[in-house]
Design a protein around this ligand. Structure first.
Ligand code: ADP
Ligand code: MG
Ligand code: MG
Length: 208
């Protein structure tokens, strides 16, 4: 694909649900180490509800993103639900005028989504949260705006995965893991891992 139409955004949400469902035990194991062992179940429940909310013929990218946000906010308890919900809601607002999303529009939408996570959760880069996967993904997208759409999205997915891995030595400053202090060091952040899956899902859809 060279841009994302509404049906492609819907395919993204379906693929994200499939990957998160496949990896739910892994996400939960990460959360068991530094949280309360529910991240896999939370994300699986939320994205399953998001997939159920998808219509047969989605109106626009913004409509799909908004439905997804609402499903995540209402179905996911805990920190990740409102944070991911806000991410998709801000993405939706940023895409309001677009029939299809190209690289520049995706950069704007992901940037807006990240802004929502920051506004809600007050975390910074290096605090060992999902932001440590989102920021590198955004940077990679931005670096590749002249290149092909698929290359940019694949680079962003790779960057999110590298960001996930880079959370391992970090000391958690936000969320449940921060209660552990030094004992949070040496574990990958579950939210950064789910963000990497969500970006991989987008790359899978774009690459066919
Ligand atoms: P809970 O911690 O309430 O059980 P989850 O386990 O579903 O919720 O999600 C935990 C993840 O949420 C963390 O791994 C982290 O990535 C993310 N998170 C928690 N607090 C924040 C925050 N303030 N800003 C950004 N992300 C956060
Ligand atoms: Mg948890
Ligand atoms: Mg919880």
């Amino acid at each position: 694909l060279t841009t994302l139409a509404a049906t492609d955004v819907a395919a993204w949400i379906r693929r994200a649900c499939a990957l998160v469902t496949e990896q739910a035990d892994y996400l939960t194991a990460l959360d068991a180490a530094i949280g309360d062992a529910d991240h896999g179940a939370n994300m699986k429940r939320g994205l399953t509800a998001a997939v159920e909310a998808l219509g047969a013929e989605p109106d626009s990218p913004a409509a799909v993103l908004k439905q997804t946000a609402m499903a995540l906010i209402s179905k996911v308890g805990g920190a990740a639900g409102p944070l991911y919900g806000t991410f998709f809601l801000r993405m939706s607002t940023a895409c309001a005028k677009h029939e299809t999303i190209d690289t520049a529009a995706l950069v704007d939408a992901v940037e807006a989504g990240i802004g929502g996570i920051v506004q809600r959760g007050n975390a910074e880069a290096g605090d060992k949260t999902m932001l440590d996967a989102w920021y590198p993904a955004l940077e990679a997208l931005r670096a590749d705006t002249d290149g092909a759409f698929a290359a940019a999205v694949n680079a962003a997915a790779d960057a999110a995965a590298a960001g996930r891995d880079a959370t391992e030595p970090m000391l958690a400053k936000k969320g449940r893991a921060s209660y552990l202090g030094e004992r949070s060091v040496g574990h990958i952040d579950p939210g950064a891992a789910s963000t990497a899956l969500i970006m991989r899902a987008l790359a899978d859809v774009v690459s066919g």
